[in-house]
Design a protein around this ligand. Structure first.
Ligand SMILES: CCCCCCCCCCCC/C=C/CC(=O)SCCNC(=O)CCNC(=O)[C@H](O)C(C)(C)COP(=O)(O)OP(=O)(O)OC[C@H]1O[C@@H](n2cnc3c(N)ncnc32)[C@H](O)[C@@H]1OP(=O)(O)O
Length: 273
């Protein structure tokens, strides 16, 4: 296993490992891989693990960069675990949402250079994670990326919207969010949702190559610039975390939303039969 080899350090919780962290202490680059087959859907446990992993890396002064990737072939992440939102309790919904908020604040606000290696599908919450990195490399081919919430009868929260606005601008975001649009890698490249598209096998080498450029910049200057660019969006959520969590739980608990989610889950299952 990679993380047992010198000079790697492994931060994953032994026996759990839904978020695998391999830290290369020679390069200062950590690789964080989501590992929740079959589709890396983000449940309370994964989001909590991810938040903790990001916090530890941020505190590790030997770490300068982080690559976010997947350990599951064909999938970056299927987004939030729909089963956390369907027929759940208000208490669980609030806990789930807090874990998402914390993981996202850790990622979007990270002092590290963050790069997404998108080697598979990346809908909704998966797209949010990718957009929250500093740079995105996506595999060409059949994979899709986008914020598809409206297709589930739910609404992308204001901070998902803010991140997309900062990534692709107002007009594209307006279309993307209303339509719940999912883009091929080439389409995503054309609207600036990803930065580079390469064949699957070249995603990781391309990320490593791009990292060299970013790591040439002195950390302090880069971090001040990143913080200045992202502060407004981060502060907007920080200032209303509890209200946002409560709003989520209330919204998700509506009968109409539950019906939509139920129908969407059934449609996912039907696709297979
Ligand atoms: C004033 C108004 C303001 C409003 C404020 C709003 C307040 C808040 C509102 C709430 C916002 C909530 C935000 C949510 C963001 C999200 O992330 S929602 C999740 C969206 N995700 C998806 O739609 C992805 C669905 N999945 C797929 O499209 C496909 O699975 C795939 C393309 C990712 C992979 O395809 P494939 O490889 O063919 O696998 P499958 O056979 O489809 O799936 C295997 C297995 O996994 C289950 N599954 C798939 N995705 C999820 C998921 N996200 N969560 C849980 N489970 C998932 C799928 O059903 C299969 O299960 P079974 O094997 O059939 O049991």
């Amino acid at each position: 296993q990679v993380c047992t080899q010198v000079p790697y350090r492994c931060y994953s919780t032994p026996g759990v490992g839904q978020v695998q962290v391999d830290m290369n202490s020679e390069t200062g680059v950590a690789t964080v891989r989501l590992n929740r087959p079959p589709v890396n859907s983000l449940n309370l446990d994964v989001l909590t693990e991810l938040g903790i992993a990001l916090e530890k890396l941020d505190a590790d002064r030997t770490c300068r960069a982080m690559v976010l990737a997947s350990a599951v072939p064909g999938i970056f992440s299927a987004g939030l675990d729909i089963l956390e939102m369907y027929q759940s309790t208000p208490e669980r919904c609030v806990a789930f949402w807090r874990a998402l908020q914390d993981a996202w604040l850790g990622l979007y606000g990270s002092r590290l250079v963050t790069m997404a290696a998108i080697e598979g599908h990346s809908p909704a919450g998966g797209c949010l994670l990718a957009m929250s990195c500093d740079y995105r490399v996506m595999a060409d081919g059949k994979f899709q990326i986008g914020l598809n919430e409206t297709r589930l009868g739910i609404v992308a929260p204001f901070w998902f919207e803010d991140v997309m606005l900062n990534t692709i601008g107002h007009r594209e975001t307006e279309k993307a969010l209303q339509l719940g649009a999912m883009y091929s890698a080439q389409q995503a490249l054309s609207i600036g949702l990803v930065d580079k598209v390469v064949p699957l096998a070249e995603v990781m080498p391309t990320v490593q190559g791009e990292l060299k450029n970013w790591l040439q910049i002195p950390d302090a200057a880069r971090v001040i610039t990143k913080t200045s660019m992202r502060k407004q969006v981060l502060d907007r959520l920080r200032s209303q975390k509890e209200k946002d969590a409560q709003f989520f739980a209330d919204f998700i608990g509506r009968d109409s939303v539950q019906r939509s989610l139920g129908a969407y889950i059934a449609s996912l299952q039907k696709r297979k039969s």
